[in-house]
Write a protein that binds this ligand. Structure first.
Ligand SMILES: NC(=O)c1ccc[n+]([C@@H]2O[C@H](COP(=O)([O-])OP(=O)(O)OC[C@H]3O[C@@H](n4cnc5c(N)ncnc54)[C@H](OP(=O)(O)O)[C@@H]3O)[C@@H](O)[C@H]2O)c1
Ligand SMILES: *[C@@H]1O[C@H](CO)[C@@H](O)[C@H](O)[C@H]1NC(C)=O
Ligand SMILES: *[C@@H]1O[C@H](CO)[C@@H](O)[C@H](O)[C@H]1NC(C)=O
Ligand SMILES: *[C@@H]1O[C@H](CO)[C@@H](O)[C@H](O)[C@H]1NC(C)=O
Ligand SMILES: *[C@@H]1O[C@H](CO)[C@@H](O)[C@H](O)[C@H]1NC(C)=O
Length: 339
């Protein structure tokens, strides 16, 4: 920048460097963020799901509820797996009212308690004759531990247990039903946050501070686990007619962010909400990639893949390590006392 000639350029310079250029950079970054984290157009498939059964964990709020509404509109029997009876009842009522589909029910499921997962699966096996689509959507964010304590009922890290291990056991227990309903499929809702794992999972199992598998903790690892799980499932289920894929829904404004209220002062929390509203998606938009992978004709040939914005996306190379995926499976079996 030139610092001379007239008073005008002189006054313009600090303005340019201090306000205008940073503003441009900020707008550019927001644009990049929206592009990277952004949505896809609403799923255009007209596919109907009459006679099909879908399970959506955490279908009472956020992305899961919007997914449930879409699939119920297509005529599916929709089963929500929810930990709160009150919230589940309210959601079922709302989904039926919005879609006119009365085949929407819930069974109680707390993914942070493997006994509850077993109970849920037993109820499904007893009451349902088929299962076409399993959507492992329920999950907690990084800060949920500020509210719900830091371990699951069985002593695993709360985030790992809720986002990965509970869904692992649930999927395992429902495999026979999925198999007998094939072609069927499993969708794991993961996150781009899984990219923030920089070294392979550490399966050291000695208990530390009362936590089992103390290095398998936190949001990033739980979401890496989702991607690896889908890959390993796809491999194990080859030729069964069950497909398994994982998705990143986008940066979505939902209740998953609410625990941050406890972490930050009110003004900062409100700024974060404003930024998310600016660059993020609402929950309808956030449900599109899940819906696309679950039902779109264009996605039915994919298996073991990771999706974002309704298209194949790149996963962390750690998730491409076949032996690590297999190890995760073996350890997960052990953690769930399965063999
Ligand atoms: N929002 C984002 O920006 C974003 C980005 C990437 C990935 N994701 C993933 O998207 C998925 C859905 O998140 P969301 O944004 O829609 O969050 P949300 O609005 O908080 O919904 C999460 C759902 O999971 C349920 N849930 C939480 N813990 C559970 C447990 N122990 N047992 C059973 N259900 C449980 C919640 O039930 P309650 O109503 O009882 O709490 C709720 O129904 C999660 O897997 C999340 O990791 C979200
Ligand atoms: C678990 O949470 C409690 C408080 O709720 C805290 O005192 C403790 O240090 C936490 N443990 C670990 C291993 O983070
Ligand atoms: C993800 O998918 C795999 C197979 O696709 C499954 O075993 C696992 O339980 C699913 N859920 C999560 C949250 O990883
Ligand atoms: C797991 O982490 C612990 C603590 O950092 C370390 O002692 C151990 O060697 C690690 N194990 C592997 C297999 O990396
Ligand atoms: C999200 O925004 C779209 C418009 O882009 C709108 O049609 C939809 O109803 C909104 N969903 C929610 C849950 O607000």
């Amino acid at each position: 920048m030139e610092l001379k000639v007239s008073g005008v350029t002189f006054a313009l310079c600090p303005f340019l460097t201090l306000v205008f250029v940073p503003l441009l950079i900020l707008l550019f970054l927001l644009y990049v963020f929206r592009e990277v984290l952004g949505s896809c157009p609403p799923c255009k498939s007209n596919r109907r799901l009459d006679g099909k059964t879908v399970i959506i964990t955490g279908g009472n709020a956020g992305i899961g509820k919007e997914t449930a509404i879409d699939l119920a509109r297509r005529g599916a029997r929709v089963i929500l797996g929810c930990r709160s009876e009150d919230r589940a009842r309210a959601a079922v009522r709302d989904i039926i009212a919005k879609t006119g589909n009365s085949k929407v029910v819930f069974y109680i499921l707390d993914l942070a308690d493997l006994d509850s997962v077993r109970q849920f699966a037993a109820t499904v096996l007893e009451k349902e004759s088929r299962l076409d689509i399993l959507i492992n959507n329920a999950g907690i964010g990084k800060s949920a531990v500020l509210i719900s304590g830091n371990t699951t009922k069985q002593g695993f890290d709360l985030t790992f247990g809720t986002n990965y291990l509970g869904p692992f056991l649930l999927t395992y227990l429902l495999l026979d039903l999925l198999r007998s309903s094939a072609p069927s499929q499993i969708v794991n809702v993961s996150s781009h946050m899984h990219w923030f794992c920089f070294r392979q999972l550490n399966f050291s199992s000695e208990t530390q501070n009362g936590v089992q598998y103390p290095y398998l903790k936190g949001y990033e690892i739980s979401k890496l686990g989702n991607v690896m799980h889908a890959r390993e499932l796809a491999k194990r289920l080859q030729s069964t007619g069950i497909r398994a894929n994982s998705v990143h829904p986008g940066l979505v404004e939902t209740e998953i962010w609410a625990p941050l209220k406890k972490k930050y002062p009110g003004w900062l929390y409100n700024i974060l909400v404003a930024i998310r509203r600016m660059i993020g998606l609402n929950s309808t938009e956030g449900a599109q990639t899940t819906i696309y992978v679950a039902i779109d004709e264009g996605a039915q040939d994919y298996n073991g893949q990771y999706f974002a914005k309704c298209t194949i996306s790149k996963e962390n190379r750690l998730a491409l390590d076949d032996s690590a995926c297999a190890l995760l499976w073996d350890h997960s079996m052990k953690m769930c006392s399965l063999k």
